[in-house]
Ligand binder design. Structure first.
Ligand SMILES: [Zn+2]
Length: 274
């Protein structure tokens, strides 16, 4: 059993049509993936187009046996201070959404506007998937803003993803470097935060997580064994031509059966109440 907690449907980039429902399921079949979380894109920063929550819900409803919808909203809607995300998100939850994401908002990670969204997610019991880089959900070195969220929202499971999350697998990452190379230095903030906060999880999707593991395979094995209750298998698949190197990397790691099962499907099943 394998659950992918980070995928996309629809056109996101001007030069690629993205995936249809049938194509995503085809790619899942080819890689032995049983079920997948499909993320909404409602922030303008990372990509060329939106894939709104209602569209994700409609697409996932065609294959409820395989696809699990998330919803999203941009905290900057309406005049400053006028937007209430709660009724918006509640409608998506009533229609079947299981989480909030992908948060791709170009604001500080714990901006007051973002906190209004997290307030709604806390009430609705939605886990929150955070893309963290130099611009999106930006934070200081060592992720102090993320730690404030973990402290202030003990009822929300935050899922860490992307370059400026995973670079912190190593202590004191070089400023401005998205994909640091070489051995992981002990004392990285990712492991410290995962150990300290039960409400932090991390997904293995995209080049960022792959780099964090492949830069130091020995560290990767120990890290995944120690943190296996907090890690989610994921790809970030969004195109037909995209390679998914995390699939063979995860398959070939000599993990204990317990850690493998937790990362492959156990943690996602618990988190998403499947
Ligand atoms: Zn993504």
């Amino acid at each position: 059993m394998l659950i992918d907690t980070h995928t996309h449907l629809g056109q996101l980039r001007h030069n690629d049509p993205g995936l249809t429902v049938e194509q995503l399921v085809q790619r899942m079949d080819a890689h032995g993936i049983d079920r997948a979380v499909v993320l909404a894109v409602e922030n303008p920063e990372e990509l060329d187009y939106y894939v709104p929550s209602w569209q994700v819900l409609e697409w996932c409803a065609r294959r409820p046996d395989r696809l699990i919808p998330f919803c999203a909203c941009d905290p900057r809607h309406r005049y400053p201070g006028q937007f209430d995300p709660y009724p918006v998100l509640r409608r998506y939850v009533e229609a079947g959404a299981r989480g909030f994401g992908e948060n791709l908002c170009g604001l500080p990670i714990d901006d007051p506007l973002q906190r209004r969204v997290y307030d709604a997610c806390a009430i609705l019991g939605l886990p929150v998937l955070l893309h963290i880089d130099h611009h999106i959900n930006r934070d200081g070195p060592g992720l102090p803003g993320l730690e404030r969220l973990l402290h202030d929202y003990p009822g929300i499971s935050f899922i860490g993803h992307a370059q400026y999350f995973w670079r912190e697998i190593s202590a004191n990452p070089e400023p401005g470097v998205s994909y640091p190379k070489g051995p992981v230095q002990p004392g990285g903030r990712v492991e410290e935060l995962l150990s300290r906060y039960p409400n932090l999880m991390a997904d293995l999707s995209a080049g960022s997580a792959h780099n964090a593991l492949s830069r130091d395979p020995e560290h990767a094995l120990g890290f995944l064994e120690r943190q296996h209750g907090k890690i989610l298998f994921a790809t970030d698949v969004l195109a037909m031509s995209q390679e998914l190197p995390i699939v063979p990397l995860f398959r070939d790691l000599p993990l204990s059966p317990e850690a493998r099962a937790a990362i492959a499907w156990g943690n996602a099943t618990r988190l998403l109440r499947l």
